[in-house]
Write a protein that binds this ligand. Sequence first.
Ligand code: P53
Length: 484
Amino acid sequence: MNKKLEFPNDFLWGGATAATQIEGAYNVDGKSLSVMEMIPFIELKDRKDLSQTRKLTTQDLIDSIENKKGLHYPKRYGIDFYHRYKEDIALFKEAGMKIFRMSVAWTRIFPNGDEAEPNKRGLEFYRSVFEECKKQGLEVMVTINHFDMPFSITQNYGGWKNRKVIDMYFKYAKTLIDEFHEYVKYWLPFNEINLGVLFSAMGLEGSTEDKSLAERLAGTYQDLHNQLVAQAKFIEYAKKFNNTKVGCMVADATTYALDCNPINVLENQQKEQMKKFFYYDVMTTGEYPSYSKRYFKENGISIVKENGDDEILKNNTVEFISFSYYMSSTIAKEEVELTEGNLMKMGKNPFLVATEWGWQIDPLGLRYCLNQLWDRYHLPLFISENGMGVLETLNEKNTVEDDYRIEYLGKHFEQMSEAIKDGVNLFGYTMWTPIDVVSAGSNEMSKRYGLIYVDYDDYHKGTGNRFKKKSFYWFQNFMKTKEI
Ligand code: P53
């Protein structure tokens, strides 16, 4: 194409990862298991047939601690970043990246959540990783909790519904910023805070499958409230460090009304309110928006607050907004036709094509989303995830000719540059992912997003060696020329 895009010189380009999808080393140096490491890999006969996915019972989870059924738990192994981080960080630098988004595993720092003192060996590991980033001149963005609560907190305290977990989280988060504020400028207290409701509806919580949807929703909004209070406490504490910034992270995905029928347009507006704006609204204004109060009332949801909650939320809002953006979908009042194989149950759009996992590719939807967020909040924006998962194998030249990924990234970059011209204050972008990782949603290694190929299969068989894909060189060149 050879089109030159415009971006500010100090735009933060980089890559994003998460602890349980890369680190491995699940039982070393005092680490315990997190909820993410309790989910086994299940080989689907047909990737698009979701009826094969199953809910995990509490017993399944308990059995998995000692792996009584001999299953494979991919997030216990990741891509062995724990031992290979120097090589990986050097590759990110070589690609021309300026920032690395990663998460810390709570289970390395407070393995059971309720210890009096942090685990020194866990802190040492992250110090070494941050030192390496510093050496390579990479800025760091840390997600404090990327889906991976220590399993023992869910067993001994019942997870987020228990207010004691707010204190446990705060102690963990405070430890991190006390230890690492010199290395880490950007902090995200929670990854995709709006997906809790979805995950529990998917049954990943283990103990919820016998509850009605209404009960589950009420529970998850209570969990969310407690997370919001925990986040606000962290923001309050982080104010004592001059050089740090705290932002939120929401899984965004543009939705369109299926057609111009006003009923569908209104339905889309209401879905947008409760699935995305609600989260940004609370975290940027510190108040529950009015439409959410009606929604809670009509759905029989009541949230138990303690004295002081309203105040702490009000006084501690985020300084920037970050979000993930992979796809868009359609909404209608009546049932809509869904894309195939999509765990997120996305409404089909006849104008878009979807990946093998049913994620509809929509770069224009990103420009639309950026403008929506900027118009509504006037806070600096950061795209903390965006990318394309594909089935890939190494060719005889030990690379992957991933032209589709080059096209996906280029088209999204183009729309980011258009949004900046629209006046949107977008200050950075971390792609999902710089390197192949274990999939969060499907637990596969086969769903590959990286610029760098990792030689592990779904069962962690392989050398683990890293190979640059065509997109690696393309990105490296883009960093120099800004040409797509
Ligand atoms: P995977 C669903 C929809 C949008 C984002 O996802 C999501 C999910 C969860 O599956 O999660 C984010 O690996 C998440 C990452 C994750 C990435 O998107 O399921 O923050 O941990 O890996 C991609 O294809």
